[in-house]
Ligand binder design. Sequence first.
Ligand SMILES: C[S@@+](CC[C@H](N)C(=O)[O-])C[C@H]1O[C@@H](n2cnc3c(N)ncnc32)[C@H](O)[C@@H]1O
Length: 247
Amino acid sequence: MALYDTLGTTYGRTRQPDPRIAAQIHAALGNAADVINVGAGTGSYEPPQTTLAVEPSQIMLAQRPPRSAPAVRAAAEQLPLCDNAADAVMALLTVHHWSDLAAGIAELRRVARRRIVILTWDQQIFREQFWLVREYLPQAAAFDDSRAIPTDRLATLLGGARQEPVHVPHDCTDGFGAAYWRRPHAYLDPQVRAGISMLAQTGEDVLAPGLATLADDLATGRWHDRHADLTARDTLDVGYRVLVSDS
Ligand SMILES: C[S@@+](CC[C@H](N)C(=O)[O-])C[C@H]1O[C@@H](n2cnc3c(N)ncnc32)[C@H](O)[C@@H]1O
C-alpha cells in the first residue's frame, strides 16, 4: 500500500493549491508546451498544458478534480514513459517520500526534454526559521532531519539547478508544514495536522506535550508576545525552494 493511501485521506480538504505559489511554479515551467507531473497527488499546481500525472496512491488519484489531466498509477523510480516524453517534468513536495531518490531523479532527467522543476525545502533554514518546530515540536524537526533532501544534493543529481526561495503567504491555502506560520491556532486542529506528513508521521502521542504548550501559550498571550514581529509580515521565507534545471 502506498504511504499516501493512509496519509492522504483528507488531502483535498486542507491542501488546496495556493495561487501565488502556482504563479511561481508556472513561471518556473517557462514556455513548456507539455508538462508531466510526478508525485502528482490530487493535481495541485498542474498547469493547463499538463499531459500526464504520475502518482502511486489510489487515494490521492481518487481526489483529483474532474477534467484534470490523465493520470497513471506509478512511482518516480520507474516511470512508464519513453525518453524525452515532455518538454518539462515537475515534482512538487514529493522527492522526500521517494524510496530511491537517485533513481527517481534519473527518471525525471530521462523523461524531460528541456526542463525539470522541483519544489522542496531546505531543512536547515526550516529548523531555524519556523517557530513551530524550533520551540514546540523538536521531534517533528528530528523526523524531517531523517528524510529532508539537501537542495545542493538535489542540484547535483539534476546536473545543476538554480534555486528560488518560495515565500509563504500568511494566508496560504495549501496547508503544508509551515503554511500556518501566522495562524498558530491551526496546528491545534487534528485535520490540519493530518494533512502535514511531518506531523502525521511523527505521531500524535509524540506531539501531544508540545501542542499542549502551544495551546497554553496561545491562551495566555505568550505566543503573541514572543512573535509580535510575525503579525506585521505578509510572507515568510521558511526554506521552501523551487529548483529549476535545464538539460
Ligand atoms: C505531499 S504530497 C504532494 C502532492 C502534490 N505534488 C502536491 O504538491 O500537492 C506527496 C506525494 O508524493 C507521492 N509519492 C510518494 N512516494 C512517491 C514515489 N516514489 N514516486 C512518486 N510519487 C510519490 C505521494 O503519494 C503523494 O501524493
